[in-house]
Design a protein around this ligand. Structure first.
Ligand SMILES: Cc1ncc(COP(=O)(O)O)c(C=O)c1O
Length: 478
């Protein structure tokens, strides 16, 4: 019997926690059905439904009784919906491998703050008239990241964003404000938010080719820079690409700019560290991200490696750049230099809490564990004759897309074309990887049993040496 805490609200309005046998009333929810598309967009034979909102899993909102009081029935219904949802979350957390979220945390101590509407609207460094804020935590977290990226307290400006995307939108906007007629350069494997920024700000954008690893191809970068020599350059450098976890070589990017005749006042570099921004500082061989180099901004997601339970991120830029963006807002009694208006005031507290608990040493240990476990996964895939690639500085293991979509959804794998990936985060243990591998190997033996269908060749994505298709498998095993 599984016993969980259930909250019951009594007539006096007080909530109490009591033991509650969840399995007596709640069955795990099945996975949502695979959608059949009408007017679908076909990508690699898989349909994406466009222009069709799906309501099959919607939990309808029902109006309260006429007397405006909660009835016992409604309370019981809502409690059972929440209990079922919680059970579902527990189940889905067990089988998650594809997205770079660290699901291993304990923020029990922060439960007491849920009753407050904490909002850091405006500038983190200027108190607004709204007093229920967490700026003291926010600035503490920003100072920690400023130390990590080597910029003095009086030389940086930053804020806690809603996510890595907002960091990219902000970094690229600062770049555009500093160099208004700049061309945006980003490798093809950059996150879609970078190209969204180009569309939002109506910037000229050059997509730069990538190496097989997913790293920016600096030869193509140079050719594109030279073709636009008369315009300044705004560059998005990936500290971990979304699909292959490739880390662009920041030093080589700077060298390419210099060799192409771009002086430091004619380029602005934004480092998109959403994925590995907090991992690379602990990997010795990684190109160092530091404001001692001529970079303009760095952003990172807070809910990925750090393990914050709500989406958030950190954005740091140089103080000298921010004045071009900020405006005074009398209504706030503050300055507006962020993308959003209201800002989640809980997120800084979660970040502050986890940074305090883990510190540099704790993150370093976790990074080492992730890299070790990622190697384990890649090696075991190769041993089983499955195409797989792991970039040297990465914990993202790229492998052949499983044939069965049911399997993809069960393990919540992120896929693109013929490849899928597992992002090994601190919550991904060897046991979980073993369960996944055993299941994959067993399923493959049925998918490819009679030899009619063959595993795909993914040499173009991972290189011949990592491909175990019928044509390339010899090189992987030799
Ligand atoms: C390289 C990269 N940049 C930006 C983002 C966007 O981050 P977020 O999901 O926090 O908005 C992601 C998300 O996976 C990413 O992989």
């Amino acid at each position: 019997m599984e016993v969980v805490d259930a909250v019951s609200v009594h007539g006096n309005g007080k909530a109490e926690i009591e033991d509650f046998d969840i399995s007596a009333v709640v069955q795990p929810e099945p996975l949502p059905p695979i959608l059949a598309a009408e007017n679908g967009d076909k990508q690699n034979g898989r349909e994406i439904v466009l222009g069709k909102n799906v309501h099959t899993t919607c939990l309808e909102v029902t109006e309260p009784e006429a007397n405006d009081e909660f009835t016992g029935d409604k309370e019981a219904y809502m409690a059972s919906v929440l209990a079922r949802y919680r059970k579902n979350l527990m189940e889905r957390t067990k089988y998650h491998l594809g997205y770079p979220y660290n699901l291993d945390f304990d923020y029990g101590a922060l439960g007491q703050l849920q009753h407050f509407s904490i909002n850091n609207l405006g500038d983190p460094f200027i108190e607004s008239n709204y007093g229920v804020h967490s700026r003291q935590f926010e600035v503490g977290v920003l100072d920690w990241f400023a130390r990590l990226w080597e910029i003095e307290k009086n030389e940086y400006w930053g804020y806690i964003t809603n996510c890595g995307t907002e960091g990219n939108l902000h970094g690229i906007l600062v770049g555009r404000e500093v160099l208004p007629d700049g061309v945006l350069y980003a490798s093809r494997e950059s996150h879609y938010s970078v190209f969204k920024a180009a569309r939002m700000y109506r910037m000229d954008c050059e997509k730069v080719d990538c190496l097989i690893s997913g790293e920016i191809d600096t030869a193509d970068f140079k050719a594109k820079l030279l073709a636009n020599k008369d315009k300044p350059a705004i560059i998005n450098v990936n500290i971990g690409t979304t699909v292959k976890g490739a880390v662009d070589d920041l030093d080589l990017v700077i060298q390419t700019l210099e060799e192409s005749g771009f002086s430091q006042d004619r380029f602005y570099i934004h480092c998109d560290g959403a994925l590995f921004g907090l991992m690379m500082p602990f990997v010795k061989r990684a190109p160092k991200v530091t404001f001692k180099k001529p970079i303009g901004s760095v952003s990172v997601s807070g809910h990925k490696f750090v393990g914050c339970p709500m989406p958030c991120g950190v954005q740091i830029t140089r103080m000298e750049h921010i004045d071009v963006l900020s405006r005074n807002v009398e209504y706030l009694a503050s300055r507006d230099a962020t993308i959003m208006g209201s800002r989640n005031g809980h997120a800084p507290i979660f970040l502050w809490y986890t940074l305090n608990r883990k510190g540099y040493k704790g993150f370093q240990k976790e990074v080492q564990k992730c890299l070790r476990n990622a190697h384990y996964l890649k090696d075991r895939l190769h041993d089983a004759g499955i195409s797989a690639m792991l970039n040297e500085l990465s914990s993202t293991v790229v492998f052949e897309r499983p044939l069965d979509e049911e399997f993809v959804r069960r393990w919540q794998l992120a896929c693109q074309g013929n490849i899928a990936h597992v992002v090994v985060m601190p919550s991904v243990t060897i046991e979980k990887l073993d369960d996944f591998l055993n299941e994959l190997v067993e399923k493959r033996s049925t998918w490819y049993r009679d030899g009619g269908v063959q595993p795909p060749c993914i040499a173009a994505d991972v290189g011949c040496e990592n491909c175990a298709c019928a044509l390339h498998k010899l090189s992987i095993l030799s």
